[in-house]
Ligand binder design. Structure first.
Ligand code: NAP
Length: 249
């Protein structure tokens, strides 16, 4: 018996990194998983095979979360292929690290479209079926920079701060419908996204982490699994920071 037996989750950006770890963690506890990816079908298929290995069902759903028709299509495909949607994990994200005075409008839009508008679009599509079944979990993956800001990350921090506002607002709208909406905010986690950091910036960031190590994708997945579980039934509109103590407010 797993905590998520009979539940179905859509995880956006699940082809690699944190999204992949979340998908595998929920699957390992019994959930069927819709694995969203944008471009890398081979990587998504690998996530799918690992899900199948733990004995649950999966489906691959390709689409850009920032495009309205594609985002709604992801939720529709999850329901069509697996039979419903109980958990929506808005994990897909990109960054465009650049000082604001050099940041192009295109990069600003790309980050906001993926990291913020994408979560709005999938949430909008998932709410009706969740309200109908009077149970749902929406978990948005933000970042500690939503709370602190970060030089060179104005678009990313704005998108993630917006995601916290979206979370709290939707949480209030559906609180009586058996649906909780929460945020997991990682600090520094080793993935493709952080691969491009220079040694200097990485060392500087690690110096801000009381635990003295970067987070792992499984550290983040564990917090998501908690919020998705019945143990977190009375938590909504909240943020769990998974950051080794980096930001303590
Ligand atoms: P990653 O390794 O770069 O993976 C990003 C994932 O998002 C990939 O699966 C990618 O799919 C998908 N994706 C990107 N744009 C998409 C779009 N428009 N539509 C659908 N999927 C899209 O990133 P990560 O480090 O695992 O980050 C995952 C989440 O955690 C992000 O929201 C990120 O902001 C957040 N986060 C990360 C860190 C960190 O230190 N790594 C810290 C705080 C927060 P394709 O490969 O198919 O394009």
């Amino acid at each position: 018996m797993g905590r998520f037996d009979g539940r179905i989750a859509l995880v956006t950006g699940a082809s690699r990194g944190i999204g992949r770890a979340i998908a595998l963690r929920l699957a390992s506890e019994g959930a069927d998983i819709a694995v969203n990816f944008r471009s890398d079908r081979d990587a998504a298929a690998e996530t799918g095979r690992a899900i199948e290995d733990v004995g649950v069902r999966f489906t691959l759903v390709q689409g850009d979360v920032g495009r309205p028709d594609e985002a709604a299509g992801l939720v529709a495909s999850c329901i069509a292929d697996l039979g419903g949607i109980h958990m929506l994990i808005n994990n897909a994200g990109v960054s465009a690290d650049m000082l604001t005075m050099r940041l192009s409008e295109e990069d600003w839009d790309r980050v906001l479209d993926t990291d913020l508008k994408g979560a709005f679009l999938t949430t909008k599509a998932a709410l009706r079926p969740m309200i109908r079944q009077r149970w749902g979990r929406i978990i948005n993956i933000a970042s500690v920079v939503a709370y602190t800001g970060n030089a060179g990350q104005s678009s990313y921090a704005s998108a993630k701060a917006g995601l916290v506002g979206l979370t709290k607002s939707v949480a209030r709208e559906v609180a009586t419908r058996g649906i909780t909406v929460n945020v997991v905010a990682p600090g520094l986690v080793d993935t493709d996204m952080t691969d491009s950091l220079t040694d200097e910036i990485r060392t500087w960031m690690l110096n801000q982490v009381p635990m003295g190590r970067p987070g792992t994708v499984d550290d983040v997945a564990g917090a998501v699994a908690f919020l998705a579980s019945d143990d977190a039934a009375y938590m909504t509109g909240q943020t769990i920071k998974v950051d080794g103590g980096m930001v303590m407010f």
